[in-house]
Design a protein around this ligand. Structure first.
Ligand SMILES: Cc1cc2nc3c(=O)[nH]c(=O)nc-3n(C[C@H](O)[C@H](O)[C@H](O)COP(=O)(O)OP(=O)(O)OC[C@H]3O[C@@H](n4cnc5c(N)ncnc54)[C@H](O)[C@@H]3O)c2cc1C
Length: 491
């Protein structure tokens, strides 16, 4: 049943925003027996985890997240009965491909030993770099998506990889691998950091995503990412949780009474909704929170599959497009300095090769984006399509319709993406430990009863729900000591 107005006048907890983290917080609190209301501004729940017919009837697109190594690995999602609520992961044969000039491509084999063999002269170096990660992946992943800045739960495992992880990806790729193809493969993984590859910690993104390729895969969701959200919503409702959509929260005074309010939003939104409730010093700290680069996103309806020059590229749903480590590093540095690269690093997904339910028979969809300076309104269609054509000549002839969003349009679609920043805050070394402020309990605001639960908190961006889960755990620790009401109407 879909409720369009809250059913009660008072709740234990209200969550603002039904992204994966808001829903994770709602589920955790409802599972603990609290009465919970999630309020979502958009008509559809899911935030960055939604699907829609953006181009033509019958073509289902993922406007934001499409590929889910984090979602499938998430310790929180794995603890939920999501398959019983309709979630079906699809694992492409190969987690990822990186096509290269001249019809070459490097494919990430799911099996670690097969990958070592496929990398030839770089195989031994790949094994040395990743075998500890593979053997200890659950401990390492649990800490990497842990509630920083608290000390790790597996200090020995983390200590073993710490030095390597802090290194910039550019140095790590060159230091570890001799072949240009392995170097650019690693750089493509690290490019998910949305930082220049000469920055500390970018190596950790490369290592973690490489590890997840082998231990989890890079799955997609049958029918589109909305399927994951629908399963979260269905489970949340089965616990008695309420969700109201089409309800933008603009002030705390509008809300029903509650003991706690959690925000699946960045500090900027919290300041506009609850700024008057917060001490001035804390408001200033939130005002200093830094947002990162934006994105330019294209969704395509296609007349046929993408005509990759290298046929191996059809063995995957996800590809990174960039000719070399140097090209990728230059492009990410340019974006960071406020420029639009001629040859951007493009992230591409071709879900319908693996999931025919998303398009009419014989037709396909594609999802592609590149990084841009924050707030950019520059049309990157030409640059993105030139990169796709470079590795798939004839691609343009397959396009039926394209739907684009620049960084500011991305923010209009979802206000959490401040100036197009899909991670709701830069994930550099400093802000890795200070999301959204420096605190041992970053989820708790400096006012009793108010909490952050979105990706501006640790562990940051991605569809994994861990921010919401840890925020809700903090609420549960505090709950008995909190006043019976926030008295929001009388502030
Ligand atoms: C183009 C693109 C590609 C991406 N690709 C991937 C990918 O492949 N894999 C991956 O793991 N991640 C990907 N991401 C990132 C991922 O989508 C986000 O990190 C994730 O959705 C963050 O979850 P969240 O719950 O913190 O916030 P969100 O998903 O942004 O949800 C926040 C929700 O709060 C609502 N809201 C905000 N303000 C208010 C208000 N005032 N009142 C009521 N509701 C409000 C919003 O409408 C939204 O529904 C991608 C993002 C983009 C944009």
């Amino acid at each position: 049943m879909s409720e369009q107005t809250p059913q009660r006048s008072a709740y234990d907890a209200i969550v603002v925003g039904a992204g994966p983290n808001g829903l994770a917080a709602g589920i955790t609190l409802a599972r603990a027996g609290l009465s919970v209301l999630v309020l979502e501004g958009s008509e559809t729940p899911g935030g960055g985890a939604r699907s829609a017919e953006l181009t033509l009837p019958g073509f289902i697109h993922d406007p934001c997240a499409a590929v889910h190594p984090f979602g499938k690995a998430s310790p929180f999602f794995r603890s939920l009965p999501l398959a019983e609520h309709g979630l079906k992961w699809i694992q492409p044969e190969v987690p990822l491909a990186h096509p290269l000039d001249g019809g070459q491509a490097v494919l990430v084999e799911r099996d670690f030993e097969a990958m070592v063999t496929a990398l030839g002269t770089d195989g031994a170096a790949y094994r040395r770099a990743l075998s500890f990660w593979i053997e200890h992946w659950e401990e390492l992943f649990a800490d990497l998506v842990g509630p920083l800045p608290l000390p790790p739960r597996h200090p020995f495992a983390i200590a073993r990889v710490a030095l390597q992880s802090f290194l910039p990806a550019e140095i790590l790729a060159r230091g570890l691998f001799r072949n240009a193809s392995t170097q650019v493969l690693f750089a493509g993984m690290a490019g998910h950091s949305m930082l220049p590859l000469n920055r500390p910690l970018t190596g950790a993104f490369g290592l973690m995503l490489s590890m997840l390729s082998h231990v989890i895969g890079w799955p997609i969701v049958e029918g589109g990412t909305q399927g994951l959200t629908n399963a979260l919503v269905s489970y949340y409702r089965s616990l008695g949780g309420e969700l109201v959509t089409g309800c933008w929260v603009r002030s705390l005074a509008e809300l029903p009474d509650a003991r706690v309010v959690l925000f699946d939003t960045p500090p900027r939104t919290v300041l506009s909704i609850a700024g008057d409730w917060l001490p001035e010093g804390y408001r200033r700290q939130l005002g200093r929170f830094r947002y990162g680069q934006g994105v330019f996103k294209i969704d395509y309806a296609l007349d046929g599959p993408i005509p990759w020059e290298n046929p191996g590229c059809t063995r995957t749903a996800t590809l990174h497009l960039s000719g070399s480590l140097e090209e990728l590093a230059v492009s990410e540095k340019a974006v960071w300095s406020g420029r639009h690269p001629e040859r951007p690093y493009v992230l591409l997904s071709q879900p319908t090769v693996w999931d025919p339910t998303r398009a009419p028979q014989g037709k396909h969809t594609a999802w592609a984006y590149c990084h841009t300076p924050a707030g950019s309104t520059v049309d990157m269609t030409g640059a993105i399509e030139a990169q796709i054509e470079r590795f798939a000549p004839g691609f343009r002839q397959r396009i039926l319709v394209r739907h684009t969003r620049n960084s500011l349009e991305m923010e209009a679609y979802n206000p959490n993406y401040v100036q197009g920043d899909i991670n709701s805050g830069v994930q550099d070394l400093f802000q890795f430990f200070t999301r959204p402020t420096f605190s041992l309990t970053p989820y708790r605001m400096a006012r009793k009863g108010l909490y952050f639960c979105g990706s501006s908190t640790p562990p940051g961006g991605g569809v994994h729900g861990m921010c919401g889960y840890y925020a809700a755990q903090t609420v549960l620790k505090d709950f008995e000591r909190l006043p019976k009401s926030l008295h929001m109407k009388n502030n």
